[in-house]
Design a protein around this ligand. Structure first.
Ligand SMILES: Nc1ncnc2c1ncn2[C@@H]1O[C@H](COP(=O)(O)OP(=O)(O)O)[C@@H](O)[C@H]1O
Ligand SMILES: [Mg+2]
Length: 375
């Protein structure tokens, strides 16, 4: 028997909010989509309270998953900016670019690597890593030789997203041999920094770890290296953006207002360090029913496209919130590699093609990049 919306709501009565109110009575729930054993809904809370709600989201998801007849449950936690909250629109740069942090003058490229691009987001959990991996696979599907560098100190994702358990071997005692997966050459900060390392230590270690990952890894010849950046726009991110000789940045955002504010900050950060923004990807753009394919714009989709237009930044595409993307991603079976004929893979390949085209443009007509363009 397929589970009903009413059953889901009844079960959520047993999940309390951080204040102890049963979830369905908190006014935070979206409509509950329940069809053929698959359940989806979102919890929308004030931005300042997101942290305390993460465990509620998890408990709700677990509770629904445990209901008889439920095969999978997806509960999204989304944040809402309070009306009247300060706008985070980046201030204008000082005349003469005085605020612009200099990009490391001696910042050299990585030998053999044609273009390094960052995948970034203003905040975590928007699907940055999922996008980075599938974009990398999309670029590879276009015939490019692609590497992925996981530089997300707060949550290295590549070991999980690509199901990598082995540690990279050292070559001649000094250089590291990257891991190869689905045709991608891969290196993760997760291989170098222990998960148990307290965050306070990670910061200072990051730059040296990053330099090591760029310079002391046998990347071989690559057309593109995709860097999964740490989320946010603080000092750590800025320093990293300056440390890596980036050809461009791809910003991942969800459609909500708050995520867009973060995306705006991200764009401002890259502009400050003179890294061209190759475009914005709207992730979890709309909810697509796994059975009937019907789409519902649970988050008011289209925000990122609009924002991109407003900021004069290319819009690269919309990725739906879809169970398959989550499941494949979390199982280390990225959808572009494992379901190459599916609609999701096509979406990522289209995004990849736009990124490739942007990269051609970003070379500014100087020496043409050695990127192979498939007719
Ligand atoms: N388009 C999508 N549809 C469904 N789930 C997604 C989608 N994109 C990401 N996810 C899921 O959301 C969670 C966060 O994604 P992740 O890529 O790790 O984000 P980030 O790197 O920004 O923290 C993961 O469980 C991932 O599988
Ligand atoms: Mg991540």
């Amino acid at each position: 028997m397929a589970v009903t919306k009413e059953q889901v709501l009844a079960c959520l009565e047993g999940v309390p909010s951080p204040e102890g109110t049963p979830l369905p009575r908190t006014g935070t729930l979206s409509d509950v989509v329940a069809g053929d054993g698959k359940v989806f809904f979102s919890i929308t809370v004030d931005a300042a309270e997101v942290k305390s709600w993460e465990s509620v989201r998890k408990r709700a998801e677990d509770a629904v998953r445990a209901l008889p007849g439920v095969t999978s449950a997806l509960v999204a936690l989304t944040a809402e900016r309070k009306a009247g909250a300060a706008s985070a629109r980046p201030g204008p740069a000082a005349p003469g670019g005085a605020r612009a942090a200099p990009r490391g003058e001696a910042m050299q490229g990585v030998p053999g690597v044609e273009a390094i691009i960052a995948v970034a987001s203003g905040k975590g959990g928007v699907g940055k890593s999922t996008t980075a991996v599938n974009l990398a696979l999309g670029l590879a599907a276009l015939g490019l030789k692609v590497g992925v560098l996981d530089a997300d100190i707060y949550g290295p994702s590549l070991p999980k997203l690509l199901a990598i358990k082995e540690k990279p071997q050292t070559l001649g005692g000094t250089r590291l041999k990257p891991i190869t997966r689905y045709g991608l050459t891969v290196m993760s900060i997760g291989f170098l920094i222990d998960e148990e390392t307290p965050m306070i230590w990670r910061g200072p270690m990051v730059i040296s770890a990053l330099t090591q990952m760029l310079r002391e890894v046998e990347w071989g010849a690559l057309d593109v290296m995709v860097v999964d950046m740490p989320p946010g726009t603080g000092d750590a991110q800025l320093t990293m953006a300056q440390q890596v000789p980036l050809k461009g940045a791809v910003i991942v955002s969800t459609p909500q207002d708050l995520a867009l504010i973060d995306a705006r900050r991200g764009i401002a950060m890259f502009k400050r360090v003179n890294v061209p923004v190759l475009g914005i990807v709207e992730n979890m753009s709309y909810f697509q029913c796994p059975q009937c394919g019907t789409r519902s714009d649970v988050f008011g989709h289209g925000g990122a496209r609009h924002e991109a237009e407003r900021l004069g930044v290319p819009f690269l595409g919309e990725v739906p919130l879809h169970m398959t993307i989550r499941e494949t991603s979390d199982a280390g079976l990225p959808v572009v590699a494992t379901e190459p004929d599916g609609a999701h893979a096509q979406i990522y390949r289209d995004i990849a093609a736009k990124v490739r085209d942007q990269l051609r443009g970003a070379s500014g007509g100087r020496a043409a990049p050695k990127i192979v363009i498939e007719a």
